[in-house]
Write a protein that binds this ligand. Structure first.
Ligand code: FMN
Length: 256
């Protein structure tokens, strides 16, 4: 280890030298390059669980604000990327599960294009830390998994997904017709109320729900975690990359 006092002019006092040496030792401890862990999805889940967003199995808790942004390239080079806010539903060892309403956005996500996701937790203010996750990967439909969507998707979302589909069908439109106009608000609200009644009485079936949305898994091949606070000298940035099915040893990156 380099001795910090070797760069100091002789006039610097012994106390000052000792203080500098102590600061050097402390800082080299604080900024140790120990890896945060081999599996970024496990770390994302652990952090989310600690913040009260999900349980120990990575399943979303009721009525929490736990979201990420997901972006995929548009239909042509000139088209803007499609970027949407999405609720986390579950973090598993293989990826991030979420529901996406049926439509062009879903077809785009599941068409073998790569996607990026982004989320931040915490606040940028003195004494606190912000945690940013960025990941690149592919989306695929989750099939044959025993997950009860009625238990994890907020009731309000279920009701509005189904009601929007019903109103589109009444107007001769398809579920894939994105950005359809709401011609009569009062009629839409009636359909919402009726759908809510059917959900509460257990009449609404899984098949009906599946007509409006799909359970999708985002499978990352690169992830990055960036943590810091307004009063920190150095922000921590780590990157994980996959080789086949296995995460390689993470690498520490310069913050910028
Ligand atoms: C907090 C929040 C959470 C959302 N969660 C979802 C979600 O889990 N799935 C989804 O399809 N849309 C979700 N949305 C709505 C989407 O961002 C998007 O606006 C909507 O699905 C319409 O997409 P479209 O423009 O492709 O038709 C959410 C919006 C907000 C503000």
């Amino acid at each position: 280890m380099m001795n910090p006092s070797m760069f100091l002019p002789p006039c610097v006092s012994r106390t000052h030298t000792l203080t500098l040496r102590l600061a050097f030792i402390l800082s080299s401890r604080t900024f140790a390059t120990k890896s945060p862990g081999p599996d970024p999805l496990e770390l994302l889940k652990a952090s989310s669980e600690k913040r009260g967003f999900c349980d120990a199995d990575g399943i979303r808790k009721m009525d929490v604000h736990w979201t990420f942004g997901i972006s995929t390239s548009g239909s042509s080079l000139e088209a803007p990327p499609s970027l949407r806010t999405i609720d986390f539903q579950r973090i598993t060892p293989s990826g991030v599960d979420f529901i996406r309403k049926r439509g062009r956005g879903l077809s785009n996500l599941t068409s073998n294009k790569s996607s990026s996701i982004l989320c931040t937790f915490g606040k940028y203010r003195t004494g606190e830390k912000v945690e940013q996750w960025v990941a690149e990967g592919n989306c695929e439909q989750v099939v044959g998994e025993d997950i009860d969507l009625f238990k994890i998707i907020p009731e309000r979302s279920i009701v509005e997904l189904v009601a929007s589909r019903l109103v589109k069908e009444e107007g001769g439109l398809m579920i894939e017709d994105d950005h359809s106009l709401m011609d009569a608000v009062s009629h839409y609200l009636e359909v919402v109320q009726d759908t809510r009644n059917r959900l509460e009485s257990g009449e609404l079936t899984k098949d009906e729900l599946n007509k409006c949305m799909m359970l999708v898994k985002f499978v990352p091949y690169r992830m990055e975690r960036y943590i810091g606070g307004s009063d920190q000298a150095m922000w921590e940035r780590w990157e994980w990359q996959k080789e086949g099915q296995t995460w390689k040893e993470p690498k520490r990156l310069l913050p910028y």
